[in-house]
Design a protein around this ligand. Sequence first.
Ligand code: ADP
Ligand code: MG
Length: 697
Amino acid sequence: MSHVNEIFGSLVFNDATMREKLPKETYKALKRTIQNGKSLDPAVASSVASAMKDWAIERGATHYTHWFQPLSGVTAEKHDGFIAPTDDGGVIMEFSGKELIKGEPDASSFPSGGLRATFEARGYTAWDPTSYAFIKDSTLCIPTAFCSYGGESLDKKTPLLRSMEAINRQAMRVIRLFGNDDVKNIVVTVGPEQEYFLIDKKYFSQRNDLMYCGRTLFGAMPPKGQEMDDHYFGIIKPRVKAFMKDLDEELWKLGILAKTEHNEAAPAQHELAPIFTTTNIAADHNQLTMEIMKKVANRHDMVCLLHEKPFDGVNGSGKHNNWSLSTDTGVNLLEPGKLPQENAQFLTFLCAVIKAVDEYQDMIRISAAGAGNDHRLGALEAPPAVVSMFLGDELTGILEAIENNTVYAGHEENQMKIGVHVLPPFPKDTTDRNRTSPFAFTGNKFEFRMIGSSQSISDANTVINTAVAEALKQFADILEAEKDDFNNALNRLIRDTIKKHKRIIFNGNGYDDAWIKEAEERGLDNLRTTPDCLPRMISEKNIKLFTDHKVFTETEMRSRYDILIENYCKVSNIEAATMANMCIKYIIPAVTNYIGELSATANASKAACKNAICSYEEKLIEKLSCLANRLYDHNELLEELIVKANDISSFQEKAELYRDEVIPQMARVRETADCLELITSKKYWPLPTYGDMLYKL
Ligand code: ADP
Ligand code: MG
């Protein structure tokens, strides 16, 4: 373990390194900036830059980059060398404070949803000093926010930071009412569990669908799927183990707290869970984790698939976003506690989350929307598209007793008076067992399970933080006005909140069709697909939420809606075109060749034996050509629909055509092709099979 101590954070310009490398005054000034979120003094910046540069060069860095998260969802970087020419024809290594604080990448090739007029192609990046600089591939990376010159955010970090400020502001108001005068700051803590698949590289390069779309568009199920439940927590294969060891080390060097690595439910599926940290750092780390997973897999001759649904018929991959609030004094606000005051505070924050999730269920759904995740939400292994909350029977029972002024079973007191009585104990561990709930309370945090495995966690956390900030704001408004009668006011507030928002609480099986029906009766949204939910993003209610809390401007929200709907269309188009192409170029020719071989042998056997009436070859040929004809026709219609979609100019309408016509047609093409796979000789079948990819590592 001492080895881990040595490498952990060795490539990060973290607090310990700063303390060691920076002049005392600079260190103190930077710390103040980090704690108060104020902008950095230029004199301090140049001192930090110089120390950072020396530290990075000592570790082999030659370049630096402002590392940021544009709206494409992947990270971006533009590398600049440290070298600067000297008068005598030599070079020196340079890095100024100005270069540290601000960069100016050409923004024109990043999506902006029309925010950046074409004549203003520039954007700028600004260092987020709360996220440490690090070295990756001989490059000093400076985590930054990315904005247009007009100040509109063009990235996923800026709104996340703004939402953290919003929730801090409102949570502080509430916590003051409970008399916690020592608390200076409240941060959102997040631990995102990341699922992924590993397959052999040689299979990947033989499949255009995997290369262009990240998921298989064809593939019949092998005789063995995941029905035996033998993969989850099963023995890890040696190649995977070597990958995980290597991955852990790379992540540790970057100060990422990778903790548990295990197999997941599907064959070839795995999970990595980090130890939780402050949201924006968790988001940066998760982006880095995804990037490094791919890189390390490549070193091991494997490919890491982060798509939400790489294989039909086996579980898809998601991200479980564990979310809580913590004070700078180390108190988890979603920890029930042991004293009446602690319980009252816990219930207040719990109710704020319940209210937030109920009121902004559509935005929460949107935060996990995307073409890839549509295959997962509502299928059998992921939470459904309906947002609901799991609290467990005990906690739900307690809330019901509070709502109805009745006695909670096993509790001696007559009624629970918030702020006066202690909550009856409820076992923590009954909580996490319902894996079907999109938003589950797991004892001292919430676990949001809708995010797709390839998506940035920033969007979801921006939404959750802002929605909870709004609920806390309303609570604070009410409670501040009734300070003199605090306990009674709080009792009323909690009772009213439960009454009004309990429809969002559901402890049963979220995969059950009966639940979807019931949810609709309760008035909950069932926004099945991306084109269904995205228009809600620009509803009056949602624009008001984000503008009130200064997380997005209305223009920023509209531009983000544009980018998301356009992205859905682009992804659908690439997938449909890839499918049509694979069908005509690979699958139909393979079947034709096989039919050719079969008819040659049929003819040969007829010539040898005149009495042969109906040979197996002819039976097979009939089946094959019947299916191949059907496949050809389905594929032709698919091609027509692709053209039809391309002719539509409105992205919302285009997206709806993909949803209603193209995607169902793709299912027909696939079904027919998969039937052909089952009866075509392995010798001719042009694609590695599910059996190859899922079992042969
Ligand atoms: P499991 O889900 O495997 O039972 P845990 O529930 O203990 O394990 O943790 C799952 C994830 O939740 C981990 O990434 C962990 O760091 C994170 N987590 C634990 N406590 C918190 C918290 N207070 N805030 C945010 N994330 C947390
Ligand atoms: Mg968990």
